[in-house]
Design a protein around this ligand. Structure first.
Ligand code: SF4
Length: 336
């Protein structure tokens, strides 16, 4: 691990002063915030990320989970993943989110990892972690080892010829389906980022993961009042029963009118560089009977542009089956 300086401020303003003057996005920044450190420190030890300075934000007090005026919940950026998943209000009103968080990592990691950090964790592409191989995300312009290498865990949607990595989070998939809002503080004041606009697709700049600026701090994540508690689920398909990243995951949330779907939200994990939503697939479900046939049609719409790499074409069929199963579970429809 390379030498770095360390600073532990005790207020948001002091933390922001610690990263002041940096331009670009947080992924490119030389000065980084650290809280749980469950991903950043691994990346530093592997020499994949080389920050010159760490600003430890663990004592800023942003760890509360509070009611919002519009009937939603505000998840503090520094609330631990485990505390969030086990919060009674989250469990009762946003069970899909609780389930998604508990599907991720291990109990030890969830006890350390924070909500803000979960959004900023980086891909688990093997080549990204292996500094002896080319990787446009780690070293822009060097190439993509996964395109011609082992790409079983990689993207089937939204990839580019520069990068086919996927976002590793489970929590973010549920947050995308819930249409959460990310609250951010910076030198230009406070702003909110709709969850769909927080992460980026790789395009020509795969080294940039999100639209968070280098001098900004995530302070909270707001959940809207509608939590789809009656008809939602999170389904994760992975190689092992625990402590494995998703090959495919599905957050499915429905508003039902008897046996008819009134509105639907579908977000997929493990398939793209960001949690994947598709308005056309959700529109396909609206007003349809809650049946396996409708769910299959919606899955096919969502996957119409899916493209497999040399080792991961199996994900397309897997995703279709996972979507149907998750929707059936959310709707209470029997699934073979
Ligand atoms: Fe790097 Fe992305 Fe290619 Fe993986 S898929 S090697 S992260 S450029």
């Amino acid at each position: 691990m390379r030498a770095f300086s360390y600073h532990r401020p005790d207020s948001v303003d002091a933390a922001l002063r610690g990263v002041a003057g940096q331009s670009g996005t947080t992924t490119e920044a030389a000065v980084k915030f650290v809280a749980g450190g469950t991903n950043l420190l691994d990346l530093m030890k592997a020499d994949v990320m080389r920050p010159e300075r760490l600003v430890d934000i663990s004592r800023l007090g942003l760890d509360r989970i509070e009611e919002t005026a519009d009937g939603g919940l505000r998840l503090g950026a520094l609330a631990r993943n485990a505390d969030t998943a086990h919060d009674e209000r989250v469990q009762a009103r946003y069970p899909m989110l609780s389930k998604a968080i508990l599907a991720g990592a291990s109990a030890q990691l969830r006890n350390m990892a924070t909500n803000g950090g979960n959004l900023l964790q980086r891909t688990r592409c093997y080549y990204f972690y292996d500094t002896g191989t080319p990787c446009n995300k780690r070293e822009p312009g060097t190439g993509c080892g996964a395109l011609t290498g082992v790409n079983r865990i990689h993207a089937i949607l939204g990839a580019s010829d520069r990068c086919i990595a996927v976002h590793p989070s489970d929590m973010c998939v549920a947050l995308a389906a819930l249409e959460a809002v990310v609250r951010v503080s910076g030198p230009r004041g406070e702003r909110t980022i709709p969850f769909a606009d927080f992460h980026r697709l790789p395009g020509d700049t795969p080294h940039i993961d999100s639209n968070l600026a280098a001098d900004e701090l995530i302070t909270a994540i707001d959940l809207p009042a509608e939590g789809f508690a009656d008809h939602s689920t999170y389904l994760k398909v992975r190689d092992r029963a625990s402590y494995a990243f998703a090959l495919v995951s599905v957050a499915a949330a429905l508003e039902m009118d008897g046996q008819t779907v009134r509105t639907a939200r579908l977000a997929l994990g493990g398939v793209a560089h960001k949690p994947w939503r598709d308005p056309a697939a959700e529109a396909e479900l609206a007003g349809r009977p809650a049946s396996l046939e409708s769910f299959r049609k919606a899955a096919r719409v969502l996957l119409r542009d899916a493209r497999g790499q040399s080792h991961n074409a199996f994900k397309i069929g897997l995703a279709e089956r996972a979507i149907v199963r998750a929707l059936a579970e959310a709707a209470g429809v029997e699934h073979p």
